[in-house]
Design a protein around this ligand. Structure first.
Ligand SMILES: [Zn+2]
Length: 284
């Protein structure tokens, strides 16, 4: 193949992002960091934009994987990317593509006024919280120390897909059974919520790296043994594990921002989501 003289005009990294995990779970085959511990982020191409706006392609993770590889070539193995890093990269890509800004609309809960806001992506990235050692272990009395890690790309994808399928089947049932009673609807919704909780449970189990038995000085990292333990403990204890995994999944780019309604001056803390199919916006 001949060398393309246009190569010097190919797009270049627009900004560099520090990842919230600081590479803790990656090998050099997964992610290549700059000497500053950052990854370069490029703007979306026209093809990326098409992929992001093709719902079926997004649902199977391959489209999103392609977009991430293309906009963040320092990530060699997208499947291994941890959720907090993934979100920082989404904000980076948005910033690189959109001149540092992200637009979003919110209805005021007091007066219903539709507010349009402009997020400063660099400011969000500058406010990133990094994962500390303390975030990664839970003590069960003096006996056990449970070591947890965030979801990775594959786990996030599994959950998103299941959530989408559950919503779709509920919606289809509603459309096909217009005059079904509320009790049946509530039962179906309950079953759907149960299936999602089971999914969460199995993902949380995968997020347990190992369990340390303090007195016995034994480390358990056998998946089956960990699963068996998680299924057998009390609900309160299981909830402790689930909460701590949820918490580390949430570390990284800030998830709430203070908002002021331009119509009635009502102020509230709004929740930010970086789900790529909505965060990157629809094409006009
Ligand atoms: Zn208002």
């Amino acid at each position: 193949m001949s060398i393309n003289p246009l190569k010097q005009y190919f797009r270049q990294a627009i900004l560099y992002v520090k990842l919230p995990t600081q590479g803790r779970w990656y090998t050099s085959d997964d992610v290549t960091f700059s000497s500053e511990g950052e990854v370069g982020v490029y703007a979306l191409t026209a093809l990326d934009d098409i992929l992001l706006n093709t719902p079926d392609a997004m649902l199977n993770g391959q489209a999103l994987e392609k977009v991430i590889s293309n906009c963040c070539p320092d990530v060699k193995n997208v499947k291994r990317l941890m959720l907090p890093d993934l979100e920082a990269i989404f904000v980076g890509i948005k910033s690189a593509t959109n001149g540092g800004k992200a637009d979003y609309d919110r209805k005021c809960p007091q007066c219903n006024h539709e507010n349009s806001f402009e997020l400063n992506c660099q400011h969000l990235l500058d406010s990133t919280m990094f994962i500390n050692e303390d975030d990664l272990s839970i003590n069960f009395g003096n006996d056990l120390i449970v070591h947890v890690k965030p979801y990775d790309f594959e786990m996030r994808q599994l959950f998103t897909k299941r959530e989408f399928e559950e919503e779709r089947s509920l919606r289809m049932f509603d459309e096909q059974n217009k005059d079904v009673d509320e009790l049946t609807k509530a039962t179906l919704l309950g079953q759907s919520v149960d299936r999602l909780s089971q999914m969460t449970f199995s993902l949380v189990s995968r997020s347990i790296e190992k369990i340390e038995m303090v007195k016995e000085k034994i480390i358990v990292d056998n998946r089956d043994h960990i699963n068996e333990w998680l299924v057998g403990i009390s609900k309160a204890q299981a909830d402790m594990v689930i909460e701590s995994v949820n918490r580390i999944n949430g570390i990284g780019v800030p998830k709430t921002i203070p908002v002021l309604c331009s119509n009635c001056n009502h102020q509230w803390e709004d929740t930010l989501t970086f789900d790529p199919s909505s965060f990157f916006g629809k094409r006009s």
